[in-house]
Design a protein around this ligand. Structure first.
Ligand code: OSB
Ligand code: MG
Length: 370
């Protein structure tokens, strides 16, 4: 297929409930949606960048710029047979993984639509349903946190992740565990600690957590290996794994026993699948993380999570956990057993609501070959 036209949308949707991590609190979600046109079809992808460079160095503005001035100009007019060719086509631009991933995702959708096959199947997915967990931010009070946990468990979520930060960590886990002794529970520190905090992290061993996500620096591999040797609880890496090479390093050094794969963080679904398989060969389970994506990014995440080594519940929650109305139909929703069904239609398998997309867009641009 020949890429004829590309659109960018900066969308903003108010969150039902603020989301606080160790690095920020957000009340709206801002993301970039890409529409790529070829052979009379349109494919959609999402770059789940934030307004600020706190989770990653990429922001809405850097991704918009790198896409507009470098990536989109490379893709327009290009003949592409498979989405797996995209990382190679875009290799001249270093880093900017999320900017690249949104474009690659749109081409995965296009490839699926052209072939009449779901993206999950092209990727090699084997599951019809994926297990759904929920990631709960830092709250103003412990009572609010406990209430949110009970509400999400009542809805059917099969795994609870709570965000921790200095002052909201072992004390909070202790209260949560008293109230929910058997719930599959984990914590995510988003790089809030250093090796000097090893005693507090070691003290978490007694709470039977599924794992501790990204306790140390956002780009660290070495100190996590040292910390993992000190802990009984598994370490899961998120931020540190921003490329296939970083996964190889972490596996070689024993920096973690689980990896959270976010396709956008590693440069797209092609690289995400490679990491999935490297981990499988190393006996390391993976799960699919989230970046508060709209239904477009969520659809790609669900497709990826249908691969066999995604054996732990991920952060892929129902659309209604985030906002009043999504930009796709049907919305992603939880089944009674805490699973989410992998769409079976061509491409991402959900329809993008064009009117809704335009309604939530705060900026848009369109590009054609020069
Ligand atoms: O660290 O996993 C994270 C959201 C934004 C940035 C980083 C993270 C998260 C989440 C939310 O934990 C997961 C989701 O529900 O999308
Ligand atoms: Mg995380």
């Amino acid at each position: 297929m020949r890429i004829e036209r590309i659109e960018q949308f900066h969308i903003r949707m108010p969150l039902k409930h603020h989301f606080e991590t160790s690095f920020s609190r957000v009340t709206d979600m801002d993301k970039i949606i890409l529409a790529v046109y070829a052979d009379g079809l349109v494919g959609y992808g999402e770059s789940p960048v934030d307004l600020d460079p706190y989770y990653s160095y990429e922001t809405i503005e850097t991704a918009w710029h790198v896409q507009r001035d470098f990536l989109i100009s490379t893709l327009l007019g290009a003949e592409v047979e498979h989405a797996t060719e995209i990382p190679w086509l875009l290799r001249r631009v270093r880093g900017h993984q999320m900017a690249k991933a949104g474009l690659e995702a749109a081409i995965w959708d296009l490839e699926g639509k052209a072939a009449g096959v779901p993206v999950s199947k092209i990727l090699g997915g084997t599951r019809d349903q994926i297990a759904s967990g929920v990631s709960i931010g830092v709250q103003d009070t412990i009572a609010e946190l406990l209430e949110q946990i009970s509400d999400y468990l009542a809805e059917g979520y099969v795994r609870i992740k709570i965000k921790i930060k200095p002052g909201w960590d072992a004390n909070i886990v202790d209260v949560v565990r008293q109230q929910f002794p058997d719930t599959p529970l984990m914590v995510d520190a988003n790089s809030a600690y250093s090796l000097a905090d090893a005693p507090m992290l070691k003290a978490l061993d007694k709470y039977n957590l599924l794992m501790i996500e990204q306790p140390l620096a956002y780009d660290d591999i070495l100190e996590h290996a040292e910390l993992q040797r000190m802990l009984a609880t598994r370490i899961c890496l998120d931020e540190s794994i921003h490329a296939v090479s970083r996964a190889r390093e972490a596996l070689a050094l024993g920096s973690c026993r689980v990896i959270n794969i976010k396709p956008a963080r590693v440069g797209g679904l092609t690289h995400a699948r490679t990491i999935h398989t490297l981990c499988e060969e190393a006996g390391i389970p993976v799960w699919c993380g989230g970046m508060l994506e709209s239904g477009v990014g969520r659809a790609h995440n669900v497709a990826l999570a249908s691969l066999p080594n995604f054996s732990l519940p991920g952060d892929i929650s129902g659309s209604d956990r985030y906002w009043e109305q999504d930009i796709v139909e049907p919305e992603f929703s939880l089944n009674a057993d805490g699973t989410m069904t992998v769409p079976t239609g061509p491409g991402i398998g959900v329809r993008v609501l064009r009117d809704r997309l335009e309604e939530v867009a705060v900026q848009r641009a369109e590009y054609r070959p020069a």
